[in-house]
Design a protein around this ligand. Structure first.
Ligand code: ZN
Ligand code: FE
Ligand code: FE
Length: 270
């Protein structure tokens, strides 16, 4: 089986394509499943530049995902997911939103430290001005807190903080190991996200070192391109599949109605 569980659409204002465009690309690639995981809508204009509104979610996005999954169900399984932010003060709202929607999986992602979007190119200067070690520590600690909420199934781009290539000088191994242990304890799955290869850091999320720690505790793994354009579906998956073979015993996690099961991963040519 081969799946791509991390995709966006034009509704988030920084991606292109409709759910159908992504499904068609996944079909072209011969994928077994595709997961639609648009950025979660949030109340009170929280980061509204990068997401659809709550109305757009209910009136356009959710119905269109249901519609394509019906239309293509004989050829591909379309999974209903969401990329949910972990952000202090919004947990209860996110919990309710997840409860009232019938998701197959929920990706938990940390994009913000306080009001700063760590992956936002507009504010990349922050890495020059602040202590990069402290940024990394805060980022991993925030991922750890996200994992403990019990809200999510999948840890999205575990080390997103490396996106622009700024690296810590202090050794972070112990902290990384601690967070990996927390992921295990809370029975979450770790995403191999290939989008980092298309970013200044030119590396997958997470790094091979982090994957080796994940292997030590037998963390389940899944796969996502974080496509923001239909042509990015399944991007760099041959390399990602190699990682699954090396660090996940060749098993990939699938989700249906938030139940996880592991199956053998298959190779993909694109
Ligand atoms: Zn995005
Ligand atoms: Fe993200
Ligand atoms: Fe994403």
């Amino acid at each position: 089986m081969i799946v791509d569980y991390h995709t966006h659409t034009s509704l988030c204002k920084h991606a292109t394509g409709t759910p159908e465009d992504y499904v068609l690309r996944a079909l072209e690639l011969g994928f077994d499943e595709i997961g639609m995981s648009e950025h979660i809508p949030m109340p009170d204009s929280f980061d509204e530049r990068h997401r659809m509104s709550i109305e757009e979610y209910y009136q356009r996005y959710a119905p269109s995902v249901v519609e394509v999954s019906e239309r293509y169900k004989k050829r591909i399984q379309v999974r209903r997911g969401i990329e949910a932010d972990f952000f202090d003060g919004t947990q209860e709202w996110v919990r309710e939103f997840i409860k009232e929607n019938d998701f197959d999986f929920v990706i938990g992602s940390v994009h913000f430290l306080g009001s700063w979007g760590v992956d936002d190119p507009t504010f990349v200067h922050r890495y020059e001005e602040a202590d990069v070690d402290r940024i990394y520590e805060e980022y991993f600690h925030t991922v750890e807190r996200a994992v403990r909420t019990g809200l999510f199934d999948i840890v999205g781009h575990y080390d997103l903080v490396k996106k622009f290539g700024y690296r810590p000088t202090r050794n972070m191994d112990e902290l990384i190991r601690e967070v990996i242990g927390e992921i295990k304890k809370n029975d979450l799955c770790l995403e191999i996200n290939t989008s980092g290869l298309r970013k200044p850091v030119q590396e997958m999320y997470p790094s091979e070192f982090i994957l080796s720690l994940a292997r030590d505790v037998r963390l389940p793994l899944t796969l996502g391109s974080d496509a923001h354009a239909p042509e990015d579906v399944g991007k760099d998956f041959p390399l990602a599949v190699e990682m699954i073979e090396r660090y996940g015993s060749g098993k990939i996690s699938l989700f249906e109605k938030r139940e996880r099961r592991e199956v053998d991963v298959t190779k993909t040519s694109d």
